[in-house]
Every structure is written in structure tokens, then in C-alpha cells.
Design a protein. Structure first.
Length: 121
């Protein structure tokens, strides 16, 4: 029995935490993207042509994560970009998610793509 327990503990000690960190980061990026979309942060940012609201929301995220948001116009040119204060993209592992944003401004429909990148601080 002791041999079995020792073998199990040895096996568990060999597992990598990095794989769980990847899962956590994936959920964090997707969750942030969903929250920004549902609260119309992307749409407001586009209508105001200012990254102020977007940066405020990125800065309010959990401290262990870094995020950047980029909004592209229909020609896939960068329209607005913001990175959480104190973060630089210098990580080996960056996960991204993208959302399509449709903006109706007085009957004029415009399409944008919002990308959220996330990495560990």
C-alpha cells in the first residue's frame, strides 16, 4: 500500500501547472471579451473614437492577467488599441479571442472586429 501511495504522489508531482494556467487564461480572455461585448463597451468605444472606456475596463481586470484590446475597422486596419496599464506583450503564451461588432449609428451600419489578447503578468 505504501508503494502504491508513493507511486501516486510521484506521478502527481510530475504534472505541470502550466496546462491549468493555460485553461485559466483561456477562460479569462473569453470572459472579458463577453463582458465587454454584453456591456456595449466595444460599441461605445467605437462611437466615441476613444480608448478611455476600454482602458478603464482592462485596468479593472484581475491583477495576475494582462490584456490588450484592438478594434479593427471593416478593412482590418487598426481603429483603436489599448493595453492594460503596466503590461507589455513580452510573454511566451498569449491567447486571443475575436468578436464581430456591429455599430448602428443613425441608420448607418458599420462592422468591426474586436480582438482581446491575454497573458500572465
Amino acid at each position: 500500500m505504501l508503494l502504491l501511495v508513493t507511486g501516486a504522489l510521484f506521478y502527481l508531482s510530475q504534472s505541470k501547472v502550466d496546462s491549468w494556467n493555460t485553461v485559466d487564461l483561456k477562460f479569462a480572455v473569453n470572459d472579458l471579451s463577453s463582458v465587454l461585448e454584453k456591456n456595449s463597451v466595444f460599441e461605445s468605444t467605437i462611437k466615441q473614437s476613444s480608448s478611455e472606456l476600454l482602458l478603464e475596463k482592462l485596468n479593472a481586470s484581475a491583477q495576475k492577467y494582462c490584456f490588450s484590446a484592438t478594434i479593427f475597422d471593416s478593412g482590418l486596419n487598426v481603429f483603436i488599441a489599448a493595453t492594460k496599464t503596466g503590461c507589455t506583450k513580452s510573454s511566451e503564451q498569449i491567447l486571443s479571442t475575436e468578436r464581430t461588432v456591429v455599430v448602428n449609428s443613425d441608420g448607418d451600419i458599420s462592422f468591426y472586429v474586436a480582438r482581446i489578447d491575454g497573458w500572465f503578468n
